[in-house]
Design a binder for this molecule. Structure first.
Ligand code: SAM
Length: 277
């Protein structure tokens, strides 16, 4: 894939993050990595990584992967299988790169981008996979790729870390070929801003209680609303398609249960696909 310019490659990772940006993200990454490891995500078994998004029974995040594999199935049927073979896919906020691994397994060309090169939860985990895909330490608002080079730019549980969706998605659009699409997976979507704000307040309080940090050194937005999607569509000239996933009866009952208990509405996960109008 054509890059904007040459970048040094260290331990197999293109290093595209300028020093001052690395310094800006340093505290975020230290806190993020501490929390992720505490959640039990630093596992030394290659099999755990190769199975993803299939959960490994008995691992602490098994419940979460049971949800996430269903999103992956929707992405597979509604986006990947419905497209021509041999796509160029950019996996933004790739973490371990499990989605890049799956995409490469299907014969597409995958490029994993993340801030973190952590050996278990970042690009450093790529060695656990049998497939090879390209690795870039870079930020979502400044991708290392040349204009018009990708078929899909995928934000997998990652777009909500953006501090400015307009800027982040404009950068994704820059690297898309004509006819290419942006895909948002597993970012929480609410109908109302107040519900998202309430989730963020709860989450920061819980982090402070559990880990001693509110984890807010970078002002990530942390959720989407229907209104934000509408505004982004207008601002960037996008048409959104929504694909819904069946996460099971218990999941479907969450809004009703929340209402009965007088709690805020729960988040929804919708596979969002944007193309230029
Ligand atoms: C919840 S994880 C998702 C990882 C992976 N996509 C997955 O589905 O398991 C979010 C990822 O986004 C990355 N991230 C956060 N802010 C970012 C930014 N500004 N630029 C690039 N990656 C970012 C984090 O380092 C983290 O690996």
């Amino acid at each position: 894939m054509k890059l904007r310019r040459d970048f040094p490659v260290v331990d197999g990772v293109h290093r595209c993050l300028a020093d001052e940006r690395a310094a800006y993200f340093e505290q975020f990454l230290a806190e993020y990595t501490m929390v992720r490891h505490a959640e039990g995500r630093a596992i030394d078994d290659p099999e755990y990584y190769r199975r993803l998004p299939e959960p490994t029974p008995g691992t602490p995040t098994e419940w979460q992967w049971k949800i996430r594999r269903r999103t992956w199935a929707t992405f597979l049927t509604k986006v990947l299988r419905a497209a021509p073979p041999s796509l160029v896919v950019v996996d933004v906020g790739a973490g371990t790169g499990w989605l890049s691994n799956r995409v490469a397994e299907l014969g597409h060309e995958a490029h994993a981008v993340d801030l973190t090169v952590d050996a278990h939860d970042g690009l450093g985990a790529a060695g656990f996979f049998e497939r090879t895909f390209d690795l870039y330490q870079a930020e979502m608002d400044d991708l290392p790729f040349a204009d018009g080079t990708a078929d899909l730019v995928v934000y997998n549980a990652a777009l909500h870390y953006s501090t400015d969706y307009g800027r982040t998605l404009a950068e994704g659009l820059r690297v898309l070929r004509p006819g290419g699409r942006l895909v948002v997976l597993d970012s929480p979507v609410y109908r109302h801003q107040w519900a998202g704000d309430a989730m963020v307040a709860e989450r920061h309080a819980q982090f402070e209680h559990q880990y001693g940090t509110r984890s807010e050194s970078v002002p990530s937005i942390e959720f989407l609303t229907d209104g934000m999607l509408r505004d982004l569509g207008e601002q960037l000239g996008l048409r959104w398609r929504r694909h819904h996933t069946w996460y099971g009866r218990q999941w479907a009952m969450r809004p009703v249960k929340a209402k009965l208990k007088g709690k805020r509405p729960p988040s929804r996960f919708i596979v969002l696909v944007a193309s230029r109008r």
